[in-house]
Design a protein around this ligand. Sequence first.
Ligand SMILES: Nc1nc2c(ncn2[C@@H]2O[C@H](COP(=O)(O)OP(=O)(O)O)[C@@H](O)[C@H]2O)c(=O)[nH]1
Ligand SMILES: [Mg+2]
Length: 336
Amino acid sequence: MAAMAEAVDTEQEALAQRLLSGDRRALAKAITLVENDDPRGWQIVRAVYPHTGGAAVVGFTGPPGVGKSTLLNALTKLEREHERTVAVLSIDPSSPFTKGALLGDRIRLTEHFLDPGVFIRSMANRGALGGLSEAALQAALLMDASGRDVVWLETVGVGQAEVDIIDHADTVVLVLMPGSGDSIQALKAGVMEIPDVIVVNKADHPLTDTMIREIKGVLALGPSQGWQVPVIRAQAATGVGIEQVREKLAEHRAFIEAAGTLSERRRRNLRSEVLAIATYRLRRELEAAISDDPAFQEMLDRVVARELDPASAATALLKSRVAPGSAPQPPPPAAH
Ligand SMILES: Nc1nc2c(ncn2[C@@H]2O[C@H](COP(=O)(O)OP(=O)(O)O)[C@@H](O)[C@H]2O)c(=O)[nH]1
Ligand SMILES: [Mg+2]
């Protein structure tokens, strides 16, 4: 497959250069472009992509309200004490009811707004299926290219298949709080992949010990060799356990670097990223191709009339795509 990156306009090239030099406004502008699915955004990503890969990308996932944003706020403070630069991308699921959560995240993270070493961005889905993941992944690349030491992705996890940003992190942290039994069930049932680090936040709660026992019970079923998933008690609101989270993140990084897992993981992640973008675009292309297409409507009529089964109709639709411009040709009725 011959793949050549297309040219980048001079204007975008200039913005890309500013972004690469660490300019926060350029980064913010570029992210807005990818968020709006503006082709200029894609050009910038194309231009800066060779400069990505330097950041330690960590995904923080877990149910809403467990304290992910609070934890990230505390961790940011700690990283800044170590003079490391930080970018945080908070990704909210498609629900319109999460507007308040977004605002909450902003308030919790405002104390870093004046620090040029910290870049914070929230992104919400505007309803396009897969569109958010696509934009968020590009935003994460832009943050990485801007020279941040760490890029943190905050997502609401557990069964949110459409927001699979977490698959694109080098390290995955699952944040829970006493009482998040659903998440433990999800781990146990294999619905959710075992994370690299587990944080039990709000550890001042009386059910914390029970929760930790349950988690350890699930982890005991996993491999006894290789990386052993630490379970950390934390109270993000008061700073308890945050230092330990930072230490474990560093340990995990050192572990995957030494074991060669980091490059393997990144290869796997990039593979699914390419597939995810292609799938999203293919779907969009198909939707555009069938809308107002009388031939498709006729074929659908036949499916509705039980003359043609849905799978055969799909095959016909895909075949019509292979020959551009040709309308879908449904297969002839089966001979009885
Ligand atoms: N009691 C207690 N509350 C906390 C702790 N950490 C965070 N919270 C509170 O939990 C609520 C949700 O926190 P937030 O960080 O927005 O959760 P997120 O939805 O996972 O990002 C906020 O009101 C926080 O102040 C903690 O360690 N103990
Ligand atoms: Mg949050």
